[in-house]
Design a protein around this ligand. Structure first.
Ligand SMILES: NC(=O)c1ccc[n+]([C@@H]2O[C@H](COP(=O)([O-])OP(=O)(O)OC[C@H]3O[C@@H](n4cnc5c(N)ncnc54)[C@H](OP(=O)(O)O)[C@@H]3O)[C@@H](O)[C@H]2O)c1
Length: 280
């Protein structure tokens, strides 16, 4: 597995498994199977309401905790809860996470970021990150952070490559972790002729070509899946490399267009919603 070097000296696997919209049963299954087949990066969040299930999947896999790069996210309802980090660790069944994000720039997000910094200093989070903090939000945070984050997690795929944001990231060596890396399964992205052509050339699937593009862009990538064949395919992308010409051809697909358009009203709703955390 290729690793990504972080600005605090740690490394993170380039490919992992995402668990957004997976029920607890599916998340437990996907995480266990993914780890058994060699994945070492797992991404979840308070808001996915499957952290306990992810923790069970990790235990059932038999893979040692220290070999796994575990990432989760505090939801805005937790930003002012002084026990949020400990409660998150308790749900996951671990005593530290490798990466802790604040999930949205909603509510008192600076209090949330201060919790990340505290968790980092205490060793409860080995690295920290911001999720969905593009534009004005990262600009404001830049003037306030005491610890520069290691990661930002944002929507990114060949139709939307975060060109603008990456200029800021490069200044601080903050790494990008792509969400919706496969366009949330959008067929029109996966079926772009260039991916079919390259898939045929390298003996891969179009989805594998897209994921390889992410890693060659320097992004960490966490495709979500509850299909064991897809999970296997999504890890099996390191035995070929796209040429500079092929990367340039894919770059021409960039429409600077997202799938997900968040509004200020949604941010207000995010701030007012509390996940109904799993009890067991
Ligand atoms: N920070 C945030 O706000 C945020 C937002 C969204 C997502 N995320 C994170 O990013 C991860 C990835 O996003 P996502 O899961 O929404 O979207 P995605 O990875 O772009 O797409 C997932 C979809 O693609 C399908 N798929 C997966 N592998 C495939 C393959 N090899 N061939 C064909 N189809 C395939 C899956 O179906 P099958 O189940 O049938 O494989 C699923 O429908 C999430 O799981 C989550 O961890 C974060």
């Amino acid at each position: 597995m290729e690793n990504i070097s972080l600005n605090n000296g740690l490394v993170c696997p380039a490919v992992g498994i995402g668990t957004f919209m997976l029920s607890p049963a599916d998340a437990e299954n996907s995480v266990r199977e993914a780890l058994k087949m060699g994945y070492r990066l797992v991404d979840t969040a308070n808001a996915y309401v499957n952290e306990r299930a992810v923790g069970r999947g990790i235990k059932e896999s038999g893979v040692k905790r220290e070999e796994i790069f575990l990432s989760t996210k505090l939801w805005p309802s937790e930003y002012e809860n002084p026990n949020a980090v400990d409660e998150t660790l308790e749900r996951l069944g671990v005593d530290y996470v490798d990466l802790l994000y604040i999930h949205q720039p909603a509510g008192n997000w600076l209090a949330g970021y201060r919790q990340l910094e505290k968790a980092y200093r205490e060793g409860k989070a080995k690295s920290i990150g911001i999720s969905n903090f593009e534009g004005e939000y990262i600009e404001e945070l830049e003037t306030k952070w005491e610890i520069v984050p290691q990661f930002i997690q944002v929507e990114a795929h060949p139709y939307f490559t975060q060109k603008e944001l990456r200029k800021t990231l490069d200044r601080y060596d903050i790494k990008l972790m792509s969400w919706y890396p496969l366009g949330h399964g959008d067929k029109s992205l996966i079926q772009e002729p260039v991916f079919r052509k390259l898939a045929d050339k390298y003996g891969k699937t179009p989805a594998q070509v897209i994921l390889r593009w992410h890693t060659q862009m320097g992004f960490a990538v966490i495709p979500g899946s509850k299909n064991v064949d897809h999970i296997k395919d999504n890890l099996d992308i390191m035995d070929f490399s796209l040429t500079d010409e092929e990367m340039a051809e894919i770059a021409r697909l960039d429409k600077n267009e997202r799938y997900y358009h968040r509004t200020d009203e949604q941010l207000r709703q995010f701030a007012g919603w509390r996940p109904d955390f799993e009890r067991a």
